[in-house]
Design a protein around this ligand. Structure first.
Ligand code: DUC
Ligand code: ZN
Ligand code: ZN
Length: 472
C-alpha cells in the first residue's frame, strides 16, 4: 500500500514545512517538495491513495507514555480494556501508548509482565509498549530488571506513595536506582510522601471530612515537593536518570528545574488535568461529583497558580512530555466505592482520547508553539522511552504514524460527543477545542477517518523499546 499526503504543513519538533509525505507499506518512504518528481513520475497517479491535506497540519502520531488499561486498583479495575482504550486513543490521534505492567508483593516481576502481554496482545488498535512497576523491591526483582531491559521494557516505576500497596522505602528505591544506573534504564517515580499523606487522610476522616475535596487537601503540594526533592537526591546518589511522573505542584517543578539547572539527568511529565482542572472547581464540586477528578497526584489550587506555572515549565522544557495517566473508572459502580470515605475512591481520570486536542488548545491560546505541541505529545515521549526515530517524527524510515489535524475544525468533548472511552462520564465534559483530528494513520494503515474509527483491534504491535535516547 502506498499513500501520498499532499498539500499539508508537516510540523516537527523543530519546524514546519510544506512537503508531501510518501508512505510505502508501514513506513515513511520520502518527504517530497511539491511540484517535483524525485522518482521521475507524478506520484499522484501511481500511488494507491492520495490524501489532500491542504490547510491542515501533518504531525507524527501521538505517543502517550503513561496509561493504565485494565489496571487493578482500589478493589476494582480501570474500566478501559486494551481494546476499548487503544481505540479511544487512536480516535484522539495517539498511535502509541506505553502502559504499566504491575508487580505487587509475592509476585514474580516476569510473570506480571507476561500477564500484561496476555491482556494486550491481539487487542490493540495501535502500537504499545510497557513500563514495569516494581511493588516489591528485593533481590529477585532487582535481578529481573536486567532481564526486562532485554525484553524491551527499559523503564521502571516505583512509588513513594501508597504504603502497604505499591510503596517502596527509600532504601528500596535507592537499591533499584543503583540497578537502573548499571543497566542504563530509566527510573520513574510517583513522588508523594505516602506515609505523611496516610496520617493526614486518617485525620480528615476522623473529623468527618469525607468528601472528594479532602482527597486533594490531604495530599498537599509540600508532600509532593518534598518527595520530588528526595527522589532527585536518591537518583543523584545512585547515578541514575530520573523521570518524575504526573507532576502537578509548581513547587515540585521548581525542584526539578533547579536540579536540571545544575546538570542533573532529571525529567518531568505532566498531564492535561494539571494544566486545566483545579482543586476548587473540580475536586470541590458539589456533593460527590468531585469523585470524577480524584487522581494522584491531585488537582491543585487555581488560586495558588499551579496551572499557569506548569504551562510555563512546558515552555522552558523543564517539562519533557505530556502524558494522560489514563486510568478511567465509572462513577456508578467504581468511584461510588468511596462515597462517605474519599480514601476509597479509585484514583484516576480517563483522558487518553483528548490529550492531542487539549494540548493543541494551548497553541490556540498562545501558551506554547505548534512545534512544542508536537514535541511534548510525540517526539519527546518517543525519545524519552527509547522509540525514536521509529516513533515521534515524520522522516524517511520512521513508522508511518501520522495524524492530519484540522485547525479549522472544532471538537466538543463529552459523553456522546468525542468520548469513546469505556466510562459513564467525562472528566472533560464541556471542553471546546478549536481544532479537530481529521485522519489517523498507524504504520501506514488509516485507523481513523473523519472522526470515525476504521481500524482493527489486532493491528497494534508490541514495541520492544531501546534505552532512552535522552540520556547521557
Ligand atoms: N499513579 C498513577 O500513575 N496512576 C494511577 C494512580 C497513581 O497513583
Ligand atoms: Zn503514580
Ligand atoms: Zn499512572
Amino acid at each position: 500500500m502506498t499513500t501520498l499526503i499532499t498539500g499539508g504543513t508537516v510540523v516537527s519538533a523543530t519546524g514546519r514545512s510544506q512537503v508531501d509525505v510518501l508512505i510505502g507499506g508501514e513506513t515513511i518512504a520520502a518527504l517530497i517538495e511539491p511540484g517535483t518528481q524525485p522518482f521521475g513520475t507524478d506520484l499522484r497517479v501511481v500511488v494507491d491513495e492520495v490524501i489532500d491535506a491542504t490547510g491542515k497540519y501533518v504531525i507524527p502520531g501521538g505517543v502517550d507514555a503513561h496509561t493504565h488499561m485494565e489496571m487493578p486498583f482500589g478493589g476494582t479495575t480501570a474500566s478501559d480494556t486494551f481494546e476499548t482504550g487503544t481505540r479511544a486513543a487512536a480516535l484522539g490521534g495517539t498511535t502509541t501508548i506505553v502502559d504499566f505492567a504491575i508487580q505487587t508483593p509475592g509476585q514474580r516481576v516476569q510473570d506480571t509482565l507476561w500477564e500484561w502481554h496476555g491482556k494486550a496482545a491481539g487487542n490493540c488498535a495501535i502500537d504499545y509498549g510497557f513500563h514495569q512497576i516494581i511493588g516489591d523491591v528485593d533481590a529477585e526483582s532487582i535481578k529481573a530488571m536486567r532481564e526486562l531491559v532485554g525484553e524491551g521494557v527499559t523503564s521502571f516505576k516505583l512509588f513513594m506513595a501508597y504504603p502497604g500497596v505499591y510503596y517502596s522505602t527509600d532504601g528500596q528505591i535507592l537499591r533499584a536506582m543503583q540497578q537502573s544506573a548499571e543497566l542504563g534504564s530509566l527510573m520513574m517515580i510517583h513522588a508523594e510522601n505516602g506515609i505523611a499523606i496516610d496520617e493526614l487522610v486518617a485525620q480528615h476522616l476522623e473529623r468527618g471530612e469525607t468528601s472528594p475535596y479532602y482527597h486533594g487537601v490531604s495530599r498537599p503540594w509540600q508532600l509532593e515537593e518534598e518527595a520530588t526533592h528526595r527522589a532527585i537526591m536518591l537518583a543523584d546518589v545512585a547515578g541514575t536518570p530520573l523521570y518524575i511522573v504526573h507532576v502537578s505542584a509548581k513547587q515540585a517543578l521548581e525542584q526539578i528545574a533547579e536540579a536540571r539547572g545544575r546538570g542533573a539527568n532529571v525529567f518531568a511529565e505532566t498531564c492535561p488535568q494539571y494544566l486545566y482542572l483545579s482543586l476548587e472547581e473540580h475536586l470541590g464540586a458539589p456533593g460527590f461529583e468531585g469523585a470524577k477528578w480524584v487522581c494522584s497526584t491531585p488537582l491543585r489550587s487555581r488560586a495558588e497558580g499551579h496551572q499557569d506555572e506548569l504551562w510555563k515549565y512546558i515552555r522552558t522544557k523543564d517539562v519533557t512530555g505530556v502524558s494522560t495517566d489514563h486510568c478511567p473508572f465509572c462513577m456508578a459502580d467504581q468511584k461510588e466505592l468511596g462515597r462517605g470515605d474519599f480514601s476509597r475512591i479509585p484514583n484516576g481520570i480517563g483522558g487518553v482520547e483528548h490529550r492531542i486536542d487539549l494540548i493543541y488548545q494551548g497553541v490556540v491560546d498562545g501558551k506554547i508553539s505548534l512545534e512544542r505541541w508536537v514535541e511534548v505529545c510525540a517526539t519527546e515521549p518517543a525519545r524519552m522511552f527509547g522509540m525514536y526515530p521509529r516513533k515521534g517524527v515524520i522522516q524517511p524510515g520512521a513508522d508511518a504514524d501520522v495524524v492530519i489535524y484540522d485547525p479549522q475544525g472544532h471538537t466538543s468533548i463529552g459523553v456522546g460527543k468525542t468520548h469513546h472511552m469505556n466510562m459513564d462520564h467525562s472528566a472533560w465534559e464541556g471542553f471546546e477545542i478549536d481544532g479537530a483530528i481529521d485522519r489517523v494513520i498507524s504504520r501506514g494503515v488509516t485507523v481513523v477517518d473523519k472522526g470515525s474509527y476504521v481500524g482493527q483491534k489486532s493491528h497494534g504491535r508490541f514495541i520492544k523499546r531501546e534505552l532512552s535516547q535522552n540520556l547521557i
